[in-house]
Design a protein around this ligand. Sequence first.
Ligand code: ATP
Ligand code: MG
Length: 575
Amino acid sequence: MALSEGTVVRVNGPVVEATGMDGATMLELVEVGSERLPGEVVALEGGVATVQVYEYTGGLGPGARVRPRGEPLAAELGPGLLGGVFDGMLRRLHGAEDFLAPGARPATLPRDRRVPFEPGTAAGGDVAPGAVLGTVAETRALEHRVLVPPGTAGRLEWLAERGEYGVDDTIAVVGGAEVSLAQRWPVRRPRPFVRRLPVTAPLVTGQRVLDLFYPIGRGSSGAVPGGFGTGKTVLLQQIAKWCDADVIVYVGCGERGNEMADVLVELSELEDPVTGESLLGRTVLVANTSNMPVLAREASIHTGVTVAEYFRDMGYDVVLIADSTSRWAEALREVASRTGQLPAEEGYPAGLASELASFYERAAAVETLGGGEGSVTILGAVSPPGGDMSEPVSAHTRRFVRCSWSLDRDLAYARHYPAVSWRQSWSRDAEVIAEWHFLQRDSGWQERRERALSLLAEADRLEAVAQLVGAASLPASERLVLLAARLLRAGVLQQSALSPTDSYSPPEKQSALLALVLAVHDRCRRLHERGVAIERIEAADLSDVVHARDATPVDGAGEVDGIRERVLAGLEELE
Ligand SMILES: Nc1ncnc2c1ncn2[C@@H]1O[C@H](COP(=O)(O)OP(=O)(O)OP(=O)(O)O)[C@@H](O)[C@H]1O
Ligand SMILES: [Mg+2]
């Protein structure tokens, strides 16, 4: 049956109203006007549809036709996503600053090339969703597993032979249904899995302040709240480059186009420390930068998570990064104000909290339909206007994430990078990850963490006192706390994204650096107990401790241990 067309009666920026839409359904995809601009039905009442359009509605006026597509907004999934750049509707771009002509419909997956398919099973038996039909060697970094899609099951009647195929070619027939390499999935519906698994293992980010103090688990969620210019983008990009996930989906949402272009260049130049392959080969970039239509931002987050879940279902650990969720929420606000919804807090729609909840809920470690394990970890930047953490997006996000890495303006101003605050940040995963380290035979992990955090907190308190009475009037034990906290801040917490040796810190080196500072604190306390004057200890040259992170190679845990022995021996001479 042909779907009945509607007619535009009102255009209000990116939102249009159309009559004659009786046959349409909520969240159905439509095409508007002669340029067939894509849009989504966001409200429906008595045949009048409110449509949010994902492109500029400049040439559009009353009388334009609105054609329902008979399906919700869906993403095309298959080989060819990795290393690509896409817009919020997953249309392929030629770079992060590319523009599509209005209504342009470039496909997601490349149609002009064939990919090598290797069957992984034999025809004849019964298969269920999630079963591996075969593989495509898409990039050298990742084996693309071709699965029986959700909703398809039965006898595997036919399976393609090893060979080169286009993404639309049938590669299998399952229970009478043809399966091709390209599949579609509605972006607002989470992809199915068997069950959620508890979060147990850490996602190693390579950033010390996170991994040592505010760790995040695989399948967990985290927010990076921070005021203007405090380093949110740099921190998230560092994680995109160095974390130990299999696939990264990076959604640039309402941020500057040149930043996305930079990520693209950097990722193509960098090598994966494990596989030695270009990091771009494990990355999917979704670019919806500030110069692109505002409403496509709203879709980009859901599109990104759908891509992440697609790779999760193959049994991979995926990280989805959204920079920034505040810009995404602005798109919600824009729709709300134009559709005359009753605004709730600060003009955001009343559904803001549930929108944020349903986004972060898609972070999960799961048993996949195929019986394997995979995870999606979600990280979102939050940029509160004026750094006000009580505003709605920040406040609601805190309720739904398991970690919060709060960036501090004063630290950023003092060029203490990453400017992750040790006062405001928290991780609800810290306990399970301590347990994981314990099981990995690092029984001291939790103790080192707790000791360092309490030194930092104690030093903050003492510094306030010292401001009033002068540090020299504090007891020696407290002056040693101040000394240790200084070393922690400069030698462990700080980590320059630009340093060739310290941009990324593997777990062994992280632990060695923390152990170095704690050992120095212990030795200084002992010296003082044996009668060495506090002034002499404070005057000791400890610059090697501070510079160990930079002065040793990336995998230089052994060298750091060497520095520790030398520094401790040097301190002995004070006695
Ligand atoms: N880890 C880091 N190492 C070195 N420099 C950093 C680091 N983090 C931030 N910076 C410096 O701070 C600047 C601003 O960082 P960034 O663009 O990430 O901030 P932002 O919070 O994303 O800003 P905006 O609010 O505009 O989105 C960077 O250009 C860089 O000079
Ligand atoms: Mg930024």
